[in-house]
Design a binder for this molecule. Structure first.
Ligand SMILES: [Zn+2]
Ligand SMILES: [Zn+2]
Length: 339
């Protein structure tokens, strides 16, 4: 089979590997039909070389496909259409029982070598049934790209009464905009990249603001949202200044989700930001398996999930796909391993 190999220092190539075989009863092989690129792969792409099984590593963790080999599986059979959940849950710890697979106490299962491949070896529980009327491309977006902001939006109870600030219009922020629009919430979106801001506009944002072009970003947001502030903030940029901004412009008793992954902290005034305003802040980084079926239902009711895909590449074009995606002038970029 053909698979992408991360070379580090902004390079990938495409190589041949033997097709994977299930070694354990709970392992299955999935023929990958759609494998989107995710912003969280940046560290794998532009960092140092990382080694995986067979000295090959690729960071693909979104995807969908068809079960190709399932010897002893109780959950799936060969030929099943599935969306791939990135967790390999044990199914029995307290977090798994509650549906919080990404918090599972058991270490992640084996995965060879990542979803940017023609075949991938996964834990059988990672295979969520994909309905026949949902495309592979849409199903591949459910776990992370759409599922992550969806879970945050659900946990924060966003409704059509809310004005929502969304910082960052990369794929996660863009999906947040699309979902809030679908729920009839009012959205203010921020990004310093004009291309991404335009993507936000096309996804239905009510106001698009480029902070780099504003002299007083706080005043600009107050002008749009009103002096009370925004009801909800979804931080999707991972920029520490955006995290601080969200807490600044949130109204008293507002709700906020930290979705962007950053190892640098925001400047927090615990008394002004938290105690006196009584705001609620949650962290979230991936979907729950129960979100999958709800997203299928939303797509049937018209959620334009595929609109966020701007580019599609065959697997041999993986170097161009990564260059384009991390160049920033693309929304969701998808690898089609058999294209
Ligand atoms: Zn991801
Ligand atoms: Zn578990």
């Amino acid at each position: 089979m053909r698979t992408v190999r991360m070379l580090g220092n902004c390079g990938v190539d495409v190589i041949d590997l033997p097709d994977p075989e299930p070694a354990e009863r709970d392992e299955v092989v999935v023929e990958v039909m759609s494998s989107p690129l995710c912003g969280s792969e940046r560290h794998a792409w532009d960092g140092g070389r990382r080694m995986g099984a067979n000295n090959v590593f690729n960071s693909g963790h979104e995807g969908s496909g068809v079960v190709a080999k399932a010897r002893g599986s109780k959950y799936v059979k060969e030929g099943d259409r599935v969306a791939l959940h990135a967790a390999a849950p044990c199914g029995s710890c307290r977090y798994c029982v509650a549906g919080h697979w990404v918090l599972c106490d058991r270490p992640p299962g084996r995965r060879l070598p990542g979803n940017h491949s023609q075949y991938v070896l996964v834990n059988e529980r990672s295979c969520l049934p994909l309905a026949d009327d949902i495309s592979f491309e849409t199903g591949a977006l459910f776990g992370d790209a759409i599922g992550t902001p969806f879970r945050a939006i659900k946990r924060l109870g966003v409704t059509g009464f809310d004005t929502v600030l969304i910082t960052g219009q990369g794929p996660i922020g863009l999906a947040a905009t699309m979902l809030c629009r679908f729920l009839n919430a009012r959205t203010i979106v921020l990004d310093v990249n004009p291309y991404r801001l335009e993507q936000g506009r096309q996804c239905g944002a009510d106001a698009c603001v480029n902070p780099a072009e504003e002299t007083d970003i706080h005043a600009r947001i107050a002008e749009i949202a009103g002096p009370r502030g925004v009801d909800v903030a979804l931080e999707c940029s991972a920029a520490p200044e955006a995290q601080t901004l969200c807490m600044d412009v949130l109204r008293k008793s507002g709700r906020m989700a930290l979705i962007g992954v950053s190892d640098k902290g925001p400047m927090i005034d615990t008394m002004q930001h938290f105690t006196l305003k009584e705001i609620e802040v949650i962290g979230t980084w991936y979907s729950a398996p129960t979100d999958h079926e709800e997203l299928e239902a939303l797509v049937r009711r018209g959620l334009p999930a595929d609109d966020m895909v701007t580019h599609r590449f065959g697997i041999e074009e993986a170097p161009e796909a990564f260059d384009l995606f991390f160049g920033g002038d693309a929304a969701k970029v998808v690898l089609e391993p058999w294209g």
